[in-house]
Design a protein around this ligand. Structure first.
Ligand SMILES: Nc1ncnc2c1ncn2[C@@H]1O[C@H](COP(=O)(O)OP(=O)(O)OP(=O)(O)O)[C@@H](O)[C@H]1O
Ligand SMILES: [Mg+2]
Length: 315
């Protein structure tokens, strides 16, 4: 597996009016060619803060990010600008991420506008990228975003990202606003395109139910720290961290009465004032004295599978 983007010791502190907010603490993450690992966690766990830090929008407070071995912090602003198109992101709300007054063909061509000599190939690139996302240019090229469904708009956003010929494609809650059938289309597309084009993907979601469809590997984020990671099938079949188990129990399943799960009743603690020790301990049914004193570190359970917990579940 070729490592494309590598983040080490990533921390993000947001400066709020009251006090510094530690949104991300000491996260290591590597994105490989043709893989789309998932980053999951509740709202506010720091998923978007990580995505933005990877792309230096803004840079992480501490930690290193390398793209194909190049330390992004060491680049001149000009060199960083030249590299930016290699790292693309698609967001939750596709319609608002697209200029409402530009036709689909112009939106997809946007990344090419920076290269005047690319004008020649413009029509060809637009047609190829729209084809790749299943939107024939003859039918969709002249449409404005307002005349697209949510799923179609997200596919336009993906086609535009692809036109930049990225190395990295980060999808931040990219299917959360879509209905189930549009979700399936976009999930299949992300998985297929990452493999076909040799991209390094990252699929960010709060919804464990959709992660299985795209990601072979999963990393679980809890209040800014990674608490479990490993092959998706293994982690979801037998989560080792009580937080992963609670997230999984919150996924609605046919036949299970709503509210029967109940492991995550309260909102997460504020990242402005996180609990001592393990940040999940105030909501954890298994927590004991050690959990309040000592923050558990990620340790390997089996090759490729790790957990940060003093009292992991049977796995
Ligand atoms: N620009 C900012 N200034 C201050 N605080 C911020 C800023 N951006 C995020 N935060 C805070 O940082 C924490 C992590 O936020 P982040 O958006 O990264 O979480 P998330 O996991 O992406 O959540 P969601 O699932 O809701 O998108 C939250 O407590 C949030 O309120
Ligand atoms: Mg987010």
């Amino acid at each position: 597996m070729t490592a494309v983007l590598r983040a080490t010791g990533l921390s993000v502190v947001h400066h709020t009016r009251s006090s510094p907010l530690h949104a991300v603490s000491g996260v290591d993450l590597t994105l490989h060619e043709r893989r789309t690992p998932a980053l999951v966690g509740e709202s506010g766990s720091g998923k978007s803060s990580i995505a933005k830090a990877l792309l230096r929008l803004p840079p992480p407070t501490t930690g290193t990010v390398t793209l194909d071995g190049t330390d992004l912090a060491a680049l001149t602003p000009r060199a960083l600008r030249a590299l930016r198109p290699r790292m693309q992101m698609v967001f939750q709300d596709p319609v608002s991420s697209l200029n409402p007054r530009r036709a689909v063909r112009d939106l997809v061509a946007e990344p090419l506008d920076a290269h005047p000599d690319g004008a020649r190939d413009r029509a060809e690139v637009v047609e190829r990228q729209l084809d790749a996302v299943g939107l024939p240019v003859g039918l969709f090229g002249d449409r404005l975003p307002g005349r697209l469904s949510g799923g179609q708009a997200q596919r336009v956003a993906i086609a535009r990202a692809l036109a930049a010929e990225p190395r990295v494609l980060i999808a931040d809650e990219a299917v959360s606003a879509l209905d189930v059938s549009a979700q399936a289309t976009v999930l299949n597309l992300l998985r297929r395109l990452t493999e076909e084009r040799g991209l390094a993907g990252l699929f960010i979601s709060h919804d464990l139910g959709v992660v299985r469809a795209v990601s072979d590997d999963i990393a679980v984020l809890q209040l800014g720290r990674l608490c479990e990671r490993g092959p998706t099938e293994q982690v979801l079949a037998a989560p080792a961290h009580p937080y992963t188990a609670a997230l999984l129990a919150a996924v609605p399943e046919p036949g299970r009465p709503l509210g029967a799960t109940g492991l995550l009743p309260a909102d997460p603690p504020s990242p402005l004032d996180p609990p001592s020790g393990c940040r999940f301990r105030t909501r954890c049914p298994l927590a004991d004295a050690r959990c309040a004193e000592e923050a558990p570190v990620l340790r390997e359970l089996t090759p490729g599978r790790s957990v940060a917990c003093h009292r992991p579940l049977p796995h």
